[in-house]
Design a protein around this ligand. Structure first.
Ligand code: ADP
Ligand code: NI
Length: 215
């Protein structure tokens, strides 16, 4: 393995050693692996893809009072410390800054083939069996209910429905996870997403059937 990639892996493992299970080193490892897989079919700079995949969640704004600049800053400082060239550093920082679902909903400030690959890899880890596990882990971390029949989930539901409370984890599927398949950028990403999406739909059907006491 390239030495800078190896050093980055070591750095990320150390940085994420106390991370919550949905955002821990294993999430990064899965995204890194998917990103390399997707990159095989794309014309991209593999080094940028790998570094961005490895560093994309070292300081998630959700866990840093919404500060979106800590992640890119930390990643940049680290990359410079291992002598990664300036152009690569800036590119990786731009990817980290622009990759979150939140920024993809708003104005897109930056895009590149490398960023599209890493974004797909990250989104794939939010859906399917692992996506389900991560959502409930995050919900547990936030002490959320699994489901509340009074807050019926629906695709593209407005947050008005539960503005004075926190949404149960099941609602997150309708707010975000079920929308991801149509947001995939690459052909490989779309193909993997379809299968994972269908599995989530099946899971939700079973969840509601059990909730309603059907057997
Ligand atoms: P990433 O950090 O990988 O870019 P996010 O930070 O948006 O993606 O979410 C990370 C994981 O936490 C995902 O699996 C996502 O489904 C889950 N998650 C985020 N917000 C919620 C929520 N409100 N309820 C349940 N799960 C959530
Ligand atoms: Ni991520």
């Amino acid at each position: 393995m390239n030495n800078q990639i190896q050093l980055t892996q070591d750095f990320v493992i150390e940085e994420l050693k106390n991370a919550e299970a949905g955002h821990d080193w294993w999430h990064i490892e899965r995204v890194w692996e998917s990103a390399r897989e997707i990159a095989k079919q794309e014309k991209v700079n593999l080094k940028v893809v790998e570094l961005a995949a490895l560093l994309h969640d070292i300081a998630d704004a959700k866990f840093h009072d919404g500060d979106e600049e800590i992640g890119p800053q930390k990643a940049g400082d680290f990359l410079k410390s291992i002598n990664v060239d300036e152009e690569t550093v800036v590119h990786v920082q731009e990817i980290i800054r622009n990759m979150s679902f939140k920024s993809s909903l708003g104005e897109v400030k930056f895009t590149s083939p490398e960023m599209l690959v890493v974004q797909d890899a990250d989104r794939l880890d939010a859906i399917g069996a692992i996506g389900i596990a991560r959502a409930f882990t995050y919900g547990g971390f936030k002490n959320r209910e699994l489901y509340d029949p009074a807050i019926k989930p629906a695709i593209n539901q407005s947050k008005e429905a539960y503005k004075n409370t926190t949404a149960p984890t099941i609602n997150h599927f309708y707010e975000k996870l079920l929308l991801l398949k149509d947001k995939m950028n690459t052909l490989t990403g779309k193909q993997i997403a379809k299968q994972r999406h269908d599995f989530m739909v099946l899971y939700l059907e079973q969840f509601f059937a059990e909730w309603e006491g059907k057997r």
